[in-house]
Design a protein around this ligand. Structure first.
Ligand SMILES: [Zn+2]
Ligand SMILES: [Zn+2]
Length: 159
């Protein structure tokens, strides 16, 4: 299934007998932007169009989508749990200074997985490859002074 189209995700869940509330549909629509979101960031996005956003509802819905395999859960740097639409297995670069997260294209990933599956006769269902370091932005800063303790998380999709 192409997970980038909210209508298709909603239709497929309905076909499986799930009730799709407006809140659930709104969260799916935001995640289809293919960015990495914390729950706080999702709440922030929802508040742009909604007056009352129930944080517990957001948690319930995100857990449901993770259970259904529609959304992937990441915990980079053990800082913030981050959610992203399941666009297939891909690698990440995470800046240890500012928390910037971006998807990294590693075409060899598939080859490595296939080889491991053949070597030990397993079926790989999930793989994580996270690379940590200093982003170009942080590298170009002259001083190493911390400008802020706040954990900044920027999102860039594959497209
Ligand atoms: Zn950085
Ligand atoms: Zn990602």
């Amino acid at each position: 299934m192409d997970y980038r189209h909210p209508e298709k995700i909603v239709d497929s869940l309905r076909a499986q007998g799930y009730r799709i509330t407006k809140a659930r549909e709104d969260i799916i629509t935001i995640l289809c932007n293919v960015k990495h979101y914390t729950v706080d960031e999702l709440v922030h996005e929802l508040k742009k169009t909604k007056d009352n956003v129930n944080v517990a509802t957001v948690y319930n819905n995100i857990n449901f989508l993770v259970d259904e395999g529609i959304v992937l859960e990441f915990n980079f740097n053990n800082k913030n749990t981050t959610y992203e639409l399941n666009i297939g297995i891909h690698a990440h670069f995470v800046c240890v200074d500012c928390g910037y997260v971006t998807n990294v294209d590693v075409p060899e990933f598939d080859v490595i997985q296939q080889r491991v599956e053949q070597d030990i006769g397993c079926e790989i269902t999930n793989t994580k490859l996270d690379m940590f370091g200093h982003c170009s932005n942080c590298l170009s800063q002259d001083s190493h002074e911390e400008s802020s303790d706040a954990f900044r998380l920027e999102n860039i999709g594959l497209e």
